[in-house]
Structures are given as structure tokens and as C-alpha cells.
Design a binder for this molecule. Structure first.
Ligand SMILES: CC(C)(COP(=O)(O)OP(=O)(O)OC[C@H]1O[C@@H](n2cnc3c(N)ncnc32)[C@H](O)[C@@H]1OP(=O)(O)O)[C@@H](O)C(=O)NCCC(=O)NCCS
Length: 328
């Protein structure tokens, strides 16, 4: 029996750090408000000349190095992002060229917002199992600072830039690597988190720019409630499907959107907070990059050991959600 394993993980965060104190000089807010409501202390912000693909490439190089593999071996490249370099073509093609992934590789982007990395994992997992591909590079990369309204205190305090990558391959061994994956979406909640302008519904114009239509609009409270609900549901379903108990999960890596969302999730699941890996204090919400950045930190800090069970749980704009169960 074959399995698909995560052979390497890597992450990259831009050099510039924007603290809550810095934000308090830009909008009417405070470190106390931001930290107590979200758990965030600081976030990384990409340089003007750093695009999504530049962040993606740096994290991909780290993941390939971790896997002891080269870009030449990659035949499936997926970039999950809400902030692509261009609306056309895919950022994956930009990454392919600059990274040296061969021309025969399949390269595309997926738009599943903050659930993008678990969506990419599921796609790569299925494709590798068929035998059609040998090595997948999946990347969650975001330059959210370009779609955040820096004069809107209700959103600008929450987001950051960054990228995380994983290299996946098939091995002839059973019961390791990705042992479960489950995705979902509820399109009825599309307008809970979206950028109204710049797409085909409302193309860019002088008016859309003046109206700030290219920036994120968010219904924070509604997202909060739905996030707790769907993450609890997917976590419970995943362990039930695999005849496990929640307390057998060694580490949960949740999407890092708000520490209070994770605290509510932990309480509903009856798990202690130390079972959840958190780094939101230093990164904020980096959307599709949040889980792979956290996964990279968790591995490098020794929070994941061989044989451990890790559960990734995500939710995001769409409203998308999903979970991945991994045995290391
Ligand atoms: C956004 C979020 C932090 C707001 O927290 P909250 O406890 O619901 O706060 P509220 O929206 O009730 O705001 C409370 C007050 O603080 C104010 N406020 C909002 N942002 C503020 C800020 N940055 N600094 C100071 N005050 C702020 C509000 O205007 C409101 O004032 P009012 O009571 O006078 O109207 C929270 O709802 C959240 O995290 N939601 C999920 C968002 C998310 O995860 N998005 C990404 C999904 S992938």
C-alpha cells in the first residue's frame, strides 16, 4: 500500500516587522485592544518590490532543501493565494520559471483563501496517489498588505504577509503521511470576507479605487462564529472517520486568524490549549500561508516527532474549510 508523505517544509517571512505600537500611530487602536481581541503582537510586511511569488519562492527553496530535493524533480506545482502577482497568469507559472521547475510540470493557482493550503494538500495527495505525478510542491503565499485598507482599524490590525511550502511524494509504505483529508465550502457566506472590486463583477476603474473597493471587507463577528463551528465539525468528523479519539491527536495546527477563535475551538473540543500550535502573536493572519508557516515552526521546534498525529484545520473566505490528518 502506498502513502503520500510530506518530505519537506519551509517558510519565509519578510524582513519588515510592523508592531501593534506602529499600528497605533496609523489608526485609532492600541496594543492592548489588538492583543486582547486577537492574540497578535506583530506581523511581517513585504517590501514594495517583493511580490507574492518572491515570498513563495523563498519558502519553496527552504522546503526543497528540507526534503533534500531539487526543483528539477517537481512535476506538480500548486500555489494557494488570495494575492497573486497578477490576475492573469497564475503565480505558479512565475514561481516555476524563477525556481527552475521543468516545463513539463503542471502549474496552477487555487483560490481557497485561508483554507488554500489544505485544499492544495488534498489535490496533491490525490494526484500523487494516482501515480500521475512523482513530486508535488505546494505553496501558500500572501502579500495581504496590498489588499488591506490601512485606514480601517477593524481589519488592518489582523493581517500579515508570508509564505510556507511543502514538498510531497509517494512512498511504498502504508499508514504514514497524509492519512485523511476533508474539504468543504459554503458559498452562501461569500460576502462575509471579500474584495468587492477588481474582478469581472466590478472591474477596476477610477471609481472603484476612490471607493476603496479593492480592499478586504469583513464581517468579523459572523466569521468568528462560523470559524469555530466549522473547525469543530471537521476536527470531530476527521477523528471519527479514522476511529480515533480527539485526545489521540498530538498536535492541532489551526489556521491562525484569532487566538480567541482557537480558544473557543479548544474548549468545544475539550482539548487543552497546549495541544494547539500557535504563532499568531508574531505573524498575524497570513491566510493560505498561516498553516504551512506554523507547520514549519512546529517541526523545527521539536513539537512534532516521528509517529505523531497532527491535525491541520482551516477556514477562510468563500466560506471554505477543511482538515488534514498526518502521521509523521
Ligand atoms: C475582528 C475581531 C477581532 C473583532 O473583535 P470583536 O470582539 O468582535 O470586536 P467588535 O467588532 O465587537 O468591536 C468592538 C469595538 O472595538 C472597536 N474596534 C474595532 N477594531 C478596533 C481596533 N483595531 N482598535 C480599537 N478598537 C477597535 C469597534 O469599532 C467596536 O467599537 P463599538 O463597540 O464602539 O462599536 C473579531 O470579530 C474576529 O477576529 N473575527 C474573525 C475575523 C477573521 O478571522 N477574519 C479572517 C478570516 S480568515
Amino acid at each position: 500500500m502506498a502513502s503520500v508523505i510530506i518530505a519537506g517544509v519551509g517558510a519565509y517571512a519578510p524582513e519588515r516587522v510592523l508592531t501593534n505600537q506602529d499600528l497605533a500611530k496609523m489608526v485609532d487602536t492600541s496594543d492592548e485592544w489588538i492583543f486582547s481581541r486577537s492574540g497578535i503582537r506583530e506581523r511581517h510586511i513585504a517590501a514594495d518590490d517583493e511580490a507574492c511569488s518572491d515570498l513563495a519562492i523563498k519558502s519553496a527553496m527552504a522546503a526543497l532543501k528540507d526534503a533534500n530535493m531539487s526543483a528539477a524533480e517537481v512535476d506538480l506545482l500548486i500555489v494557494a493565494t488570495a494575492t497573486p502577482d497578477y490576475t492573469l497568469p497564475a503565480t505558479a507559472c512565475v514561481v516555476q520559471h524563477k525556481l527552475g521547475v521543468p516545463p513539463h510540470a503542471t502549474c496552477f493557482d487555487i483560490a481557497a483563501a485561508c483554507s488554500g493550503f489544505v485544499y492544495a494538500l488534498e489535490i496533491a495527495y490525490g494526484q500523487l496517489l494516482t501515480g500521475r505525478y512523482k513530486c508535488a510542491l505546494i505553496i501558500g503565499a500572501e502579500k495581504l498588505s496590498t489588499i488591506v485598507d490601512w485606514s480601517d482599524r477593524t481589519t488592518c490590525v489582523l493581517f500579515g504577509d508570508g509564505a510556507g511550502s511543502a514538498v510531497l511524494k509517494k512512498v511504498e509504505q502504508s499508514g504514514i503521511g497524509i492519512i485523511g483529508s476533508d474539504l468543504g465550502a459554503d458559498g452562501e457566506l461569500t460576502e462575509y470576507l471579500y474584495t468587492p472590486a477588481g474582478g469581472s463583477r466590478c472591474p477596476a476603474s477610477a471609481k472603484t479605487v476612490a471607493d476603496k473597493g479593492h480592499f478586504l471587507k469583513m464581517k468579523g463577528k459572523e466569521i468568528f462564529k462560523n470559524a469555530v463551528r466549522v473547525m469543530e465539525t471537521v476536527a470531530r468528523e476527521m477523528v471519527e472517520q479514522h476511529n480515533l479519539r480527539l485526545d489521540q491527536i498530538d498536535l492541532v495546527i489551526p489556521h491562525q486568524a484569532n487566538v480567541r477563535i482557537v480558544e473557543a475551538l479548544a474548549s468545544n473540543l475539550g482539548l487543552p490549549m497546549d495541544r494547539f500550535f500557535m504563532n499568531i502573536d508574531r505573524f498575524g493572519n497570513t491566510s493560505s500561508a498561516s498553516i504551512p508557516i506554523a507547520l514549519d515552526e512546529a517541526r523545527r521546534s521539536g513539537r512534532i516527532k516521528p509517529g505523531d498525529l497532527t491535525l491541520l484545520v482551516a477556514f477562510g473566505a468563500g466560506f471554505t474549510y477543511g482538515s488534514t490528518l498526518i502521521r509523521w
